[in-house]
Write a protein that binds this ligand. Structure first.
Ligand code: ATP
Length: 232
């Protein structure tokens, strides 16, 4: 039975990569359930499998074994096109580096996503523009900064645009990779607080990979990844 309040559920997930004539196990029997409105942080040493976990949860990588349920759907039974559609509809991804397009203002960074998701019409719709403005305001970007291109924003502001962009498609699942690594302590703490806030207000099931103790302290649960195994 599908539990709609658990937008992300991984069960007995195993992922390997080719490694010469052997296979390297990146995820070893991983189980994870994240509820709507819950912020789960994943810590662990370099190479322990954290990015692999996010890639599998984002349906970017297919596990060798186990199941991934996203927004109530078993990802494993979907064809590639349906998987991509589900990812676009249900998942927001925040990478370490914001990867904003240099020629676009903050508002336009969000509208480009609408364009990709909803076709050309979405770009013209005044409602989309209004929603972009509101989201940027909600992540703490004032009106003048919403008109700026990324080179005129600080690192913390760029990360805020990145987060607003990930939220633009109203995802049920938010996957975040080291969001504060390029920021100083204070800016990092504010971005962590923001992620906690958006998880609550947007009701996303959020998984956040981080080494940052300040971020770990703001999570509802902290899990540790060691050699591909996930534990409390
Ligand atoms: N495309 C790949 N091909 C082969 N091996 C890979 C590939 N990607 C990752 N690995 C290996 O899988 C293991 C897990 O890697 P992963 O990137 O998930 O770890 P991580 O915890 O995110 O590391 P970091 O904190 O350094 O980003 C590592 O041993 C890594 O070398």
């Amino acid at each position: 039975m599908t539990d709609r309040r658990i937008p992300l559920a991984l069960d007995r997930v195993r992922l390997t990569y080719p490694d010469g004539d052997r296979r390297l196990t990146a995820l070893d029997d991983v189980g994870l359930r994240v509820a709507a409105g819950e912020l789960v942080a994943v810590a662990g040493p370099s190479g322990s499998g954290k990015s692999s976990l996010l890639a599998v949860a984002a349906t970017l990588l297919r596990p060798d074994a186990g199941t991934v349920r996203l927004a109530g759907q078993d990802v494993g039974v979907l064809r590639a096109a349906a998987r991509t559609a589900l990812r676009r509809r249900a998942v927001g991804i925040v990478f370490q580096q914001p990867n904003l397009l240099p020629s676009l203002t903050s508002v336009e960074q969000l509208l480009v996503t609408a364009h990709l998701r909803g076709g050309r019409r979405a770009l013209r719709r005044a409602t989309e523009r209004r929603r972009a403005e509101e989201l940027l305001e909600s992540v703490g970007l004032d009106a003048s900064r919403r008109r700026r291109r990324p080179h005129r924003l600080s690192g913390g502001e760029r990360q805020r645009v990145n987060i607003a962009r990930a939220l633009f498609g109203t995802p049920q699942v938010l996957l975040v990779d080291e969001p504060t690594s390029a920021l100083d302590h204070e800016r990092g703490a504010r971005v962590a607080e923001l992620l906690r806030e958006v998880t609550r207000t947007h009701g996303t099931a959020t998984v956040l990979v981080t080494h940052d103790l300040g971020v770990l302290g703001r999570a509802d649960r902290v899990l540790h990844m060691t050699d591909g195994r996930l534990a409390e």
